[in-house]
Design a protein around this ligand. Structure first.
Ligand SMILES: Nc1ncnc2c1ncn2[C@@H]1O[C@H](COP(=O)(O)OP(=O)(O)OP(=O)(O)O)[C@@H](O)[C@H]1O
Ligand SMILES: [Mg+2]
Length: 212
């Protein structure tokens, strides 16, 4: 069996613990993504990904591993193959994130949205609270299937409206004929920035009455 721990030990990061730079990593790995808490590497010639958490976020590894185990019966989520103090090994999902789809003009269709809803309903049925469902955590595979990654926040108590908001944006904007299907990254980043800013100014009010 592959010694994933030994591979992870060869990954070197420098700089701040909460936002390090990648200094070196084994040639058997390909960097496929950088999130707010981890680097994701594909293990070449395999269908596996090693997600290595930044030093400040190592504690998330155990939490995310436990949640993947809860979701193990669903094909909407990658299988978990191994977990260590600061890393997870999960299935590699080929295809594009919804963020990439918008950037490249790859159409997002009603059946994708229906599948995402199924995945979230499955998670909720396992007693989880699907959260942090954003464009980079949802992938469309080459066969048009949906996969969700990064469920680390699925056990949080706080209600997260990101998917609800994305779903509304899909129905009310994206589906309109005049809405551009290909959007430059800079504009996507600006929209994400403005969305986060607006959310941080939202004062929590009694149920269903958020004051904006
Ligand atoms: N199993 C996978 N298959 C394909 N791509 C992946 C996989 N895991 C991660 N990625 C890519 O790497 C990126 C970062 O991974 P991930 O979302 O797990 O990191 P994170 O730090 O938890 O992210 P966030 O900023 O959403 O908290 C993803 O957006 C995706 O593009
Ligand atoms: Mg992510």
């Amino acid at each position: 069996m592959t010694d994933f721990k030994q591979i992870v030990e060869q990954i070197q990061m420098t700089g701040p613990d909460s936002m390090p730079n990648l200094k070196a990593y084994p040639t058997a790995l390909e960097l496929i993504g950088t999130g707010r808490s981890a680097f994701a590497f594909r293990i070449l010639e395999s269908s596996l990904v090693i997600k290595v958490f930044f030093p400040a976020f190592q504690h998330i590894a155990a939490e995310e591993a436990a949640i993947y185990q809860t979701l193990a019966a669903s094909h909407y989520f990658p299988d978990l193959h191994d977990a260590g103090q600061n890393y997870l090994v999960i299935d590699y999902i080929p295809g594009y994130t919804l963020y990439d789809c918008l950037r490249k003009g790859i159409p997002i269709q009603d059946h994708h949205i229906v599948e995402i809803e199924h995945a979230l309903r499955f998670a909720a049925a396992q007693g989880l609270n699907p959260s942090d469902i954003h464009l980079r955590n949802i992938l469309i595979t080459p066969t048009g299937d949906i996969r969700l990654i990064d469920p680390a926040r699925f056990r949080q108590q706080k209600q997260c409206t990101q998917w609800k908001d994305l779903h509304i944006a899909y129905e009310k904007l994206y589906k309109k004929k005049i809405f551009p299907k290909k959007i430059p990254s800079i504009l996507l980043e600006l929209i994400a920035y403005l969305y986060k800013k607006r959310k941080s100014f939202t004062v929590q009010a009694p149920p269903n009455k958020a004051i904006r």
